[in-house]
Ligand binder design. Structure first.
Ligand SMILES: NC(=O)C1=CN([C@@H]2O[C@H](COP(=O)(O)OP(=O)(O)OC[C@H]3O[C@@H](n4cnc5c(N)ncnc54)[C@H](OP(=O)(O)O)[C@@H]3O)[C@@H](O)[C@H]2O)[C@@H](O)CC1
Ligand SMILES: Nc1ncnc2c1ncn2[C@@H]1O[C@H](COP(=O)(O)OP(=O)(O)O)[C@@H](O)[C@H]1O
Length: 300
C-alpha cells in the first residue's frame, strides 16, 4: 500500500500578493449541542490556523457563546438564525459535538442536498449509521463528501465491533467507501484514506500523543480549511483530504520531537503546529518532494 505523499501539492496554496480572503475559502462548521460546544470551536480554530479565509460556526446549543474571546476572528451563530444560502460556504463540516437529536438529523439531511463539499464527522456519522435513508441521500450527492470515522464510528456504520474494524482496517475502509461512495478516512494509528477512485493510502506519521479528546475535531477543521483553499487554488478534495491527514499527524510528531508530548499533547497545539507546516511546504514546494519522502521514510 502506498503512503500518502502529496506534500508538494501544498505549493498551490502559496499566497498570491493580490489575493483576498475569498480566495481561501469560506468554512461553515455545524455542531456543538449542549455540553459539546468545544468540539466545533476546536474545528474552527484548526480551520483558521490551517489557512481558511473565513470561518463560521453554527451551534445547535442555545447557550453557546456569541463570541470566543480568545478567537474573535470566528463568527459564531445559532444554527436556526442562519440562512445557508446567504453564507454561501465553499465547504461545510458537520458533526463535531452535534448530538443525534431530530434537529441534528434534519440539518444533516438538509446539507446533503446542498451542492457544496462536505466533511462528515462524529455525530453526523452516528446519525448516518442509524438511518439508511440518509446513506441513500449521501450516495446520490454530486458534490464531494469526506467521511472521517474513528474505529468506533466505522463499526457503527458497518455494524461491526471496533475490534473487527481494527482486525482488518483495509477491508474496513474499502467497505466504507463501497457503502458511502465517498472519500473516507479511517482514523487511528496509521490512518487510511481511500475513495471510489483511489485505493487506500496510509498515513505513516502520527503518534499516541494524539489519543486525546478533540484531536479528531482538529482534523476535521484542517480538512475543511484545505478543501476551502483548494476551491480557487487547484487543489481537489481528494488531495486536500489526504494532505490534511498527513499534516495533522506530522504536526503531532513535530511537537513530540520538540518535547511537547506525547503525554499531555493537546489538540489545539497540533492545530498551531499545522500552521507552521502548511507555511513551510507552501513556501518550499519545489524542495518538498524530497523533504516529504525523507520524512516518510524516517517514520515508523
Ligand atoms: N470538547 C468537546 O466538546 C468534545 C466533544 N466531542 C464530541 O463527543 C461526541 C462523542 O464522540 P466520541 O468519539 O468521544 O465518542 P464515541 O463516538 O462513542 O467513540 C467512542 C467509541 O469508539 C471507540 N474508539 C474511538 N477511537 C478508537 C480507536 N482509535 N481505536 C479503537 N476504538 C476507538 C471506543 O472504543 P473503546 O473506548 O470502547 O475501546 C468507543 O467504543 C462527539 O459528538 C464528539 O464530537 C469529542 O470530539 C471530544 C471533544
Ligand atoms: N495512537 C495513535 N496513533 C496515531 N494517531 C492517533 C492515535 N490515536 C488517535 N490518533 C489520531 O487522533 C485523532 C483522534 O480522532 P477522534 O477519535 O475522532 O477524536 P475526538 O473525537 O476526541 O476529536 C485521529 O486523527 C486519529 O488518527
Amino acid at each position: 500500500m502506498n503512503a500518502i505523499n502529496a506534500l508538494p501539492l501544498l505549493g498551490r496554496l502559496k499566497r498570491k500578493p493580490d489575493s483576498h480572503k475569498g480566495d481561501y475559502g469560506k468554512v461553515l462548521i455545524i455542531g456543538g449541542a449542549a455540553g459539546m460546544v468545544g468540539a466545533p470551536l476546536l474545528s474552527g480554530q484548526a480551520a483558521l490556523h490551517s489557512g481558511a479565509g473565513w470561518v463560521v460556526i453554527a451551534f445547535l446549543s442555545t447557550n453557546a457563546p456569541a463570541v470566543m474571546q480568545a478567537q474573535p476572528e470566528m463568527m459564531l451563530r445559532h444554527v436556526e438564525t442562519i440562512d445557508f444560502g446567504d453564507i454561501n460556504p465553499d465547504v461545510i463540516a458537520i458533526g463535531p459535538g452535534m448530538g443525534t437529536s431530530e434537529q441534528a438529523k434534519a440539518l444533516l439531511a438538509q446539507v446533503f442536498l446542498m451542492d457544496v463539499p462536505l466533511v462528515i464527522d462524529a455525530d453526523a456519522l452516528n446519525l448516518l449509521a442509524a438511518d439508511y435513508a440518509l446513506i441513500g441521500l449521501l450516495q446520490k450527492r454530486k458534490a464531494p463528501s469526506v467521511l472521517t470515522p474513528h474505529p468506533g464510528e466505522a463499526g457503527r456504520l458497518l455494524q461491526l465491533s471496533n475490534q473487527a474494524i481494527q482486525a482488518d482496517r483495509i477491508a474496513s475502509i474499502n467497505a466504507l467507501v463501497k457503502m458511502t461512495k465517498a472519500i473516507c478516512v479511517l482514523k487511528g494509528s496509521g490512518s487510511l484514506v481511500a475513495s471510489p477512485e483511489h485505493a487506500p493510502e496510509i498515513c505513516s506519521a502520527g503518534n499516541p500523543g494524539m489519543a486525546t479528546a478533540g484531536m479528531g475535531d482538529v482534523l476535521t477543521g484542517v480538512i475543511a480549511a484545505l478543501i476551502g483553499q483548494g476551491v480557487r487554488n487547484s487543489l481537489n478534495v481528494w488531495d486536500a483530504t489526504r494532505l490534511a491527514v498527513l499534516l495533522h499527524a506530522m504536526a503531532a510528531d513535530s511537537l513530540v520531537n520538540k518535547g511537547i508530548g506525547p503525554i499531555g499533547l493537546t489538540a489545539l497545539e497540533v492545530a498551531y503546529e499545522v500552521r507552521q507546516l502548511v507555511n513551510h511546504y507552501a513556501e518550499n514546494a519545489s524542495s518538498t518532494d524530497t523533504d516529504g519522502l525523507a520524512f516518510l521514510l524516517d517514520s515508523p
